[in-house]
Design a binder for this molecule. Structure first.
Ligand code: GSH
Length: 204
């Protein structure tokens, strides 16, 4: 399998952590892409008209995106290991946490894009609105993290860990750990997993 990817993309990191957890990392060849380039790579465009990463090309030539679909595909290759529970209630819970974290990542990406914009003046209201969603979400996670099962590491946990690590990469000044001890200690624990350390962001 080939994965169009970048070591600075939180969506890609979610797929890579899932692949490690499922024992599939060695089966995936990484095809590096520049994130936020104005023109996607021609080869990527052939497989994904959105020109986005992650995009997976399977061994039988199927192109899959987005990150959630790719993780579902990887999960189907390793039915004995569960990142996405089979039982309907646990499954919805895991997918809901994944969607929550993916939504927060989208907010961070838009906020980061606005912060980097140079041609026109930045829009303070736009940045404030995104920061407010970031704060509300992190406060909500602090509340629910107190009840998270320490033995669990499913797709919802992976997605939230990716969102937290992306906040560390791009928004360290927001000091999200302050006043959120449950979330901080949960993240300290999951970030010691091999799947997490082996997929570290390239900060350059
Ligand atoms: N919903 C998609 C989002 C993918 C996404 O936004 N990827 C970013 C990198 S993190 C990207 O390709 N950005 C470049 C662009 O949109 O042109 C997923 O979960 O995979």
């Amino acid at each position: 399998m080939k994965l169009f990817s970048s070591r600075r993309s939180p969506h890609v990191r979610k797929v890579l952590i899932a692949a490690h957890e499922l024992g599939l990392a060695e089966d995936i060849e990484l095809v590096p892409q520049a994130v936020a380039g104005l023109t996607p790579d021609e080869e990527l465009w052939k497989h994904n008209s959105l020109g986005q990463i992650p995009t997976l090309v399977t061994d039988d030539g199927r192109a899959l995106f987005d990150s959630g679909v790719i993780v579902e595909y990887l999960q189907s290759l390793r039915p004995g290991l569960r990142l996405i529970a089979l039982g309907p209630s646990q499954r919805i819970d895991a997918l809901h946490r994944q969607a929550w974290a993916d939504g927060l990542i989208e907010i961070l990406l838009r906020w980061e894009g606005e912060r980097r914009r140079e041609l026109d003046p930045r829009q303070p209201d736009y940045i404030a609105a995104h920061r407010a969603r970031f704060l509300h979400t992190f406060d909500a996670w602090e509340t629910v993290a107190q009840a998270w099962d320490p033995a669990r590491f499913d797709i919802g946990d992976i997605a939230i860990a990716c969102a937290l690590s992306y906040a560390d990469l791009r928004f360290a000044s927001q000091a999200w750990r302050d006043g959120r001890p449950a979330l901080a200690s949960w993240f300290d624990r999951v970030s010691q997993r091999a799947s997490f350390t082996q997929t570290a962001f390239d900060p350059a």
